[in-house]
Design a protein around this ligand. Structure first.
Ligand code: UFG
Length: 320
């Protein structure tokens, strides 16, 4: 039996594919390459270029490749863009996932691991954020992800499709081999923006230094993409008759300024920055509690320090 990875040519998807292949799983990737990179595909994974909305194609893959489980990354994920163009997000995230789930339902595929996000919480009620914090997204991106989580809930109840929804906090870093890394177009994420600025001798903008935090800049919880990939494999291996939702972060908050300082240590270069106005939709502090996945699945992150996360990203960025 094989695992279908939807969006397996993207940043996180390609890291999960790599880890699954290391563990000798039989992997099939579908990606429409709207954000994915052909060069991130592994030769041991069979690749279909196409859209998960193409039910004929997805059903053919399920049959031909004997798919029994799915890991679903295919989505748009830019918070700012989702505020300006929510229709694009409902279409690509909610409607496309609806098609995918229909294909699974009709073809008796009963297991899915879904990429969700900390953006479902909006402004959290308490820190660190546990999974029972109320969900209250403050942008359409987070709204599409919670809509899909709810769809999964009802597809489980009615059709027995079991799922694990993984709510990622700030994913960063790259595989230690240096063959794949984080490359979005446009790039909006802090760590790759800093590293590109170092490489190209540019100045970064820090969005706001008047937040209620010790140094005034936003605090986030950064998690290494390889640790995140390991969580997906555990979720796949341990998913049984009960669907689950887990946060994924490091239980550790770092301010934008602290990330800048850590990047200076890693790269040995001074980082030029200017203070810019706050970015719309940015909560001041997001820190995960990941105790649930540690306790229930035995997840143990290995690359927890900002230096480890940033140096792995730098290893990729300096050559790309
Ligand atoms: N930041 C800057 N300058 C930049 C880019 C980012 O100061 O050029 C700041 C942001 O304002 C924020 C922090 O760096 O305070 C981290 O920003 P990112 O864009 O790297 O990440 P986000 O926290 O905005 O986004 C992440 C995920 C989203 C998810 C969101 C939940 O990437 O998918 O967390 O809030 F929706």
């Amino acid at each position: 039996m094989s695992i279908l990875i939807c969006g397996g040519a993207g940043y996180i998807g390609s890291h999960v594919v790599l880890e699954l292949i290391k563990k000798n799983y039989d992997i099939v990737v579908i990606d429409n390459l709207s954000n994915g990179h052909k060069e991130f595909l592994q030769k041991d994974a069979r690749f279909y270029e196409g859209d998960i909305r193409d039910e004929k194609l997805v059903e053919k893959i399920i049959h031909d490749e004997k798919i029994d489980s799915v890991v679903h990354f295919a989505a748009f994920s830019l918070v700012g863009e989702s505020m300006i163009n929510p229709a694009k997000y409902y279409d690509n995230n909610v409607l496309a996932t609806f098609s995918l789930l229909n294909s699974l339902r009709k073809n008796n595929v009963k297991k899915i691991i879904f990429s969700s996000t900390a953006a479902v919480y909006g402004e959290p009620q308490s820190i660190p954020i546990t999974e029972d914090n109320p969900v209250n997204p403050i942008n359409p991106y987070g709204e599409t992800k919670i809509t899909i989580e709810k769809m999964l809930h009802w597809f489980d109840k009615a059709y027995g499709i079991k799922y694990v929804a993984l709510r990622y906090f700030n994913v960063a870093g790259a595989d230690e081999s240096g063959q794949i890394g984080e490359a979005h177009n446009p790039e909006t994420h802090l760590i790759p923006i800093i590293l590109k600025a170092v490489r190209d001798n540019k100045t970064i903008k820090i969005f706001g230094n008047d937040y209620p935090t010790p140094d005034g800049t936003c605090i986030r919880d950064y998690i290494h993409v390889t640790d995140l990939a390991a969580a997906h494999i555990l979720a796949l291996e341990k998913l049984s008759d009960q669907s689950k939702i887990y946060n994924l972060g490091n239980n550790k908050g770092l301010s934008v300024m602290e990330i800048v300082k850590a990047a200076e240590i890693v790269t040995g270069k001074k980082i030029n920055y200017e203070i810019a106005p706050r970015r719309v939709g940015d909560p001041a502090i997001l820190i995960a509690s990941s105790e649930k996945i540690k306790n229930e699945l035995g997840w143990q992150p290995k690359f927890c320090t900002p230096e480890k996360i940033i140096s792995s990203a730098w290893n990729w960025h300096k050559n790309h």
